[in-house]
Design a protein around this ligand. Structure first.
Ligand code: CTP
Ligand code: CA
Length: 224
């Protein structure tokens, strides 16, 4: 039905994608999360599937339909995402980590509702596992693509993440730019690979962007 599916450059490839936010519970009614809607990750899943890949999508809580032909696993917390991603990591060819994983979770999660009291409430937070960093450490032959959301010095911070997490490429979003980042149907990004090459992708739909980046990754895989 779609013309793009004529071009099957990912046939025989396994692609793992994470998408959406994570949700970190404080008590049965309250949680911490972020502005991610999952659109960028779902666009990657859809485009990878239409290029012929076998796609596993590990998704935080979002209100999007599963793209056709995609195997979707739902998770809530960063810890659950960590476990599922590592479980499915081994025989992947390409891993794309668009998820906006919470960096902190409440140190204590209460099984009954916290009742309001007079005065202030303090919630102690602790660090979650860095999933992408763990993937970089356990990397065998996977092509590992991270995302970075930045409001200042995007290229500089992204390059640091690329190196620290042992990635093959990073896609950086300057989320303070109009038309980029959370929620919308468009994005503006820069792709940086391990060789230090940079590609600027001007304002375009998340669908187009996902397809263009995947095509580029396919070419990088061929050159290896
Ligand atoms: N990431 C992850 N696990 C975490 C935090 C982040 O896998 N606990 C991944 C994201 O999915 C993304 C990349 O790391 O692909 C970069 O996320 P980002 O929030 O931009 O960077 P951080 O390393 O978390 O650093 P900071 O938020 O301080 O900028
Ligand atoms: Ca973060």
């Amino acid at each position: 039905e779609e013309q793009e599916s004529i071009e099957q450059s990912l046939v025989g490839k396994r692609v793992l994608i994470t998408a959406g936010p994570t949700k970190e519970k404080v008590d049965p009614v309250r949680f911490f999360t972020n502005h991610s809607t999952g659109k960028m990750g779902y666009a990657f899943a859809k485009q990878a599937a239409s290029l012929g890949a076998e796609v596993t999508l590990i998704s935080g809580p979002v209100s999007l339909d599963t793209p056709r032909g995609v195997y979707r696993i739902d998770v809530e917390s960063a810890q659950e995402m960590y476990e599922k991603v590592l479980e499915h990591y081994e025989n992947q060819d390409i891993v794309i980590k668009t998820a906006a994983v919470a960096d902190y979770r409440p140190k204590k999660s209460y099984s009954t509702k916290i009742k309001k009291q007079s005065g202030e409430l303090e919630v102690k937070m602790e660090r979650t596992n860095d999933i992408l960093k763990a993937l970089g450490q356990h990397k065998t032959s996977q092509f590992l693509v991270g995302f970075a959301a930045e409001t200042t010095n995007p290229l500089e911070f992204a390059k640091q993440k690329l190196e620290k997490k042992n990635l093959d490429a990073i896609v950086v979003n300057n989320i303070s730019q109009e038309g980029a980042g959370f929620g919308g149907d468009t994005n503006i990004v820069t792709y940086i690979n391990g060789k230090g090459e940079q590609i600027n992708y001007p304002l375009q739909s998340k669908e187009e962007l996902a397809k263009n980046i995947l095509q580029h990754v396919v070419n990088e895989l061929k050159d290896e």
